[in-house]
Design a protein. Structure first.
Length: 138
């Protein structure tokens, strides 16, 4: 499947947290998935900067989709089972970009590094996500 169709499929997210936060997948490659999220008052903490929870939601969204995408098996269900985040820089406007790359992709457990950057490629947060992939019984 070509990149354009893959992005169309992964951006079909109506009535989800991804739609609420404005998360849009923008790129996919051989070993990464990237999405962006607008930094507006919808994702602020009370003092007008990006909320860490919104950042973590973006990171888990990208990492979970990467697990599913790289498994390349429609009969697998992916769940995030642990996530950690180090918030290194604040941001109050523009977009943040999350890129997930695999650290380890096992049969049932996957480990992802997700770097969240701004439009100047400054590192905003560094996240690590563990996912669990399970075959769906049909």
């Amino acid at each position: 499947m070509d990149k354009e169709n893959i992005l169309k499929i992964c951006n079909n997210n109506s009535n989800t947290l991804m739609e609420t936060l404005g998360i849009v997948f923008i790129d996919v490659g051989d070993d990464f998935v990237t999405a962006k999220m607008p930094v507006t008052s919808k994702v602020y903490q009370p003092n007008g900067i990006l909320h860490g929870g919104a950042t973590v939601a973006l990171a888990e969204t990208v990492g979970s989709f990467a697990s599913f995408f790289f498994k390349n098996d429609q009969d697998v269900s992916v769940r995030g089972i642990e996530i950690s985040a180090n918030h290194l820089k604040s941001i109050s406007k523009g977009f943040v970009y999350a890129t997930a790359r695999p650290i380890k992709t096992g049969k049932s457990i996957q480990l992802w590094e997700i770097k969240v950057t701004d439009n100047k490629n400054n590192l905003i947060s560094l996240c690590k996500l563990t996912t669990y992939s399970k075959r769906i019984n049909k």
